[in-house]
Ligand binder design. Structure first.
Ligand code: ADP
Length: 402
């Protein structure tokens, strides 16, 4: 039996097909530039001899329907999927579930309507996810579809963490509150961390740092999210590749008043032209390190601000939790960038965070402990695997129904 995971964006779809036994990936890939004349289709699979194969193809794929049809044809052609009856379920990543969804949910017409209702909160993401869901329903008739929400894990946050200090009616009538994102990743690495510590997740207190292009920190108490750095949208919190993270809201008023910027310009500025990119001209952390080595002071400052913000969140969440068993780094930067980890943890010894420099700098792959043997709070590097977590949650959601 197999589970297909789909992550549909406005012009792209990423996919992975899992074999439930052992959760191995049978095929994966992505379709990008959907709607353009030169859409790209990348498909990876293992042939009958177990050899890894990859297909790269360029062709017009006018709609999500065309794109997914191409993917299904390739799944059949390579034998990754011989018959639809092998497919236990399709799991869809959905960024925003508002307050309606606390867990992975079997998709029916009501669920589709509820995802549509929160489009104002996620205008870029949710319409694309709905496209993916509707096309998948057509292409996989009779196969259960499950929505796995980025916001769901954070629905356990207390009101004191999720409410903004603005008038009450804005929450009651307009759903203005903090929701948090990257929930699938925080939940996944949190569970892995508990396993590494030899604890049960529901007795484990963690600070998890997901540092990719988007970045967020989460405070986990007894296996549940109690605070997280992203807010009503993914713009709040840490410094990110192109997003500013926390900022005085009066800056926006100033930009409107003195630079006469409108809503669309401010949106672009804060979401696409800020963060590391805005500070030093690039958002790729590897390039930032290369520039720092060449003496680029803007790149140095960008990394400094990135780590300072992280440090503040670690301090804040240590205070929120009271007791912390481990600090977890994940995401492209968290998993690979020893320098960022070192700068972030420097000076936190009094908080109980003591890195082992050699372990931190070793390029050992996979899950690992990088704190000093005497560090009261363990520091872990755990590669995230959101697709696997979505596949598992999808399977559980379907299994629970049978
Ligand atoms: P996304 O949020 O798009 O999934 P990723 O989790 O892949 O992003 O993370 C992308 C970030 O990780 C980029 O800033 C990239 O430079 C950084 N990164 C990837 N590999 C390394 C590495 N070896 N060293 C430092 N940074 C890295």
């Amino acid at each position: 039996m197999k589970v297909l995971v789909l992550n549909a964006g406005s012009s792209s779809i990423k996919f992975q097909l899992f074999e439930i036994a052992g959760w191995s990936v049978i095929a994966s890939g992505n379709l990008s530039r959907i709607g353009e004349a030169d859409a790209l289709f990348t498909f990876r699979w293992q042939d009958a001899n177990g050899q890894a194969q990859q297909l790269d193809e360029q062709q017009p794929l006018p709609t999500h329907h065309d794109a997914l049809e191409r993917m299904v044809a390739q799944l059949h052609a390579t034998g990754a999927l011989t018959d639809l009856s092998e497919l236990k379920a399709v799991g869809h990543r959905v960024v925003h579930g508002g307050e309606a969804f606390h867990q992975p949910t079997l998709i029916d017409d009501d669920v589709i309507a509820a995802i549509r209702q929160v489009i104002p909160l996620a205008p870029l993401h949710n319409p694309a996810h709905l496209d993916g869901i509707l096309v998948a329903r057509e292409l996989f008739p009779g196969v259960s579809q499950v929505a796995v929400f980025d916001t769901a894990f954070h629905q356990t946050m207390p009101r004191t963490a999720y409410r903004y200090a603005i008038p009450d009616y804005l929450y009651r009538e307009h759903q203005v509150r903090r929701y948090g994102f990257h929930g699938t990743s925080h939940a996944y690495v949190g569970q892995r961390a508990a396993t590494m510590l030899g604890r049960s997740f529901d007795r484990t207190h963690l600070i998890t740092l997901h540092l990719g292009n988007g970045a967020s920190a989460t405070a986990i108490r007894n296996g549940s999210s109690v605070d997280t750095s992203m807010g009503m949208t993914p713009l709040e919190g840490l410094v990110m590749g192109t997003r500013c993270g926390d900022i005085d809201p009066a800056v926006l008023l100033y930009l409107m008043q003195h630079l006469e910027m409108d809503h669309a310009q401010i949106d672009q500025l804060l979401n696409r032209h800020s963060g590391l990119l805005g500070l030093c001209g690039v958002n790729d952390m590897r390039e930032i390190h290369r520039r720092i080595e060449q003496g680029d002071t803007k790149a140095e400052l960008a990394l400094g601000i990135f780590c300072q913000r992280l440090k503040k969140y670690i301090g804040a969440y240590t205070a929120v939790l009271g007791e912390v068993h481990a600090l977890v780094f994940t995401g492209g930067i968290g998993e690979n960038d020893a320098e960022t980890r070192a700068r972030t943890c420097a000076g936190l010894e009094r908080l109980g965070i003591v890195l082992d420099e050699t372990a931190n700098r070793s390029h050992a792959p996979g899950e690992r402990l990088i704190s000093h043997a005497d560090s009261p709070i363990k520091v872990l590097v755990i590669p995230t695997n959101e697709e696997l977590e979505i596949a598992r949650q999808t399977f559980e959601a379907v299994g629970a129904r049978l």
